[in-house]
Design a protein. Structure first.
Length: 283
């Protein structure tokens, strides 16, 4: 199943974590990084570990740790890995080498806690440093579940006032980062996730943003507020008409094995159409 909605939840709030299971998100990201003050890091680790030990609902649970270079990532992992999160969200990597480093840590923590080797997945937020923009083609690892990008830390890293123009549109640098993330995910053969839409009260604009994301190749989207989850789930789910058409495309190529082109409803289809149809059915 493709995971459509990824909802951030502050890791130091027991109440918000408890409510988060009712929002319908495919993935809950219990956050130990940006939403948690430095003085609250240990409290957040304890709260997240307790939440992971509690009975779980249908949503997968990932944990966003602190960046590898901060000295806080290993304490984060030591706190949460005994409770077996489904995955780790890695902020501010410079390249795929940081995924390799995190994977080695996970190898050790899984072995120490008698977990299945390789069971803990990784989602890098791959565009939060200036260096990362030039290394997006380096992400390839069996643990990768998806690749996403960010429009907040990258502008700060280069000295820009914001990642968005006054009308809410992305700056050139962020548009570049977004486009390269889609291509990098395709190279790694993993889903691409659209970044958060910060104006959480503007649900009409969220819907338009999510629709544009799916059109451009994203399979899911990050959320910062529970109200965003139903819209993301709806937009990222193919309609019955899309599914029916995709099934017809797959069927006509199956009936003509080895054919490079086929005709359907008066239109010529080629192999890229078949690839798109298969992606829709996978979604």
């Amino acid at each position: 199943m493709t995971l459509r909605s990824w909802l951030f939840v502050p890791g130091d709030s027991e109440a918000k974590i408890a409510k988060s299971a009712t929002y319908g998100a495919d993935v809950l990201i219990l956050d130990l990084e940006d939403s948690v003050a430095l003085s609250r890091k240990q409290a957040a680790r304890d709260t997240v570990a307790a939440a992971l030990r509690a009975p779980r609902g249908p949503a997968q649970i990932y944990v966003r740790i602190n960046p590898l270079g901060t000295g806080m990532a290993l304490p984060d992992l030591a706190a949460v890995m005994p409770s077996a999160p489904d995955g780790i969200v890695l902020p501010k990597p410079d390249s795929g080498a940081d995924v390799e480093k995190l994977a080695l840590y996970l190898d050790a923590f899984e072995a120490a806690n008698h977990l299945q080797p390789g069971v803990t997945r990784i989602v890098p937020i791959a565009t939060e440093t200036a260096k990362s923009i030039f290394a997006l083609n380096t992400y390839a690892h069996p643990r990768l579940a998806a690749l996403t990008w960010g429009a907040e830390d990258l502008p700060a890293a280069v000295g820009a006032a914001s990642g968005r123009q006054a009308d809410g549109t992305l700056t050139d640098l962020c548009r570049l980062a977004r486009s390269l993330t889609i291509a990098a995910a395709a190279i790694a053969e993993i889903p691409a996730l659209e970044t958060v839409f910060p104006d959480f009260k503007n649900l009409d604009s969220l819907r338009a943003t999510a629709a544009a994301a799916r059109h451009d190749g994203f399979s899911g989207m990050l959320a910062i507020h529970p109200a965003q989850v139903p819209i993301i789930n709806e937009v990222m789910t193919p309609t019955p008409e899309e599914i029916a058409h995709a099934q017809r495309v797959v069927k006509i190529f199956a009936e003509n094995p080895g054919a490079g082109v086929a005709a359907l409803d008066g239109k010529m289809l080629d192999l890229p159409h078949l690839k798109l149809a298969r992606k829709i059915l996978k979604l």
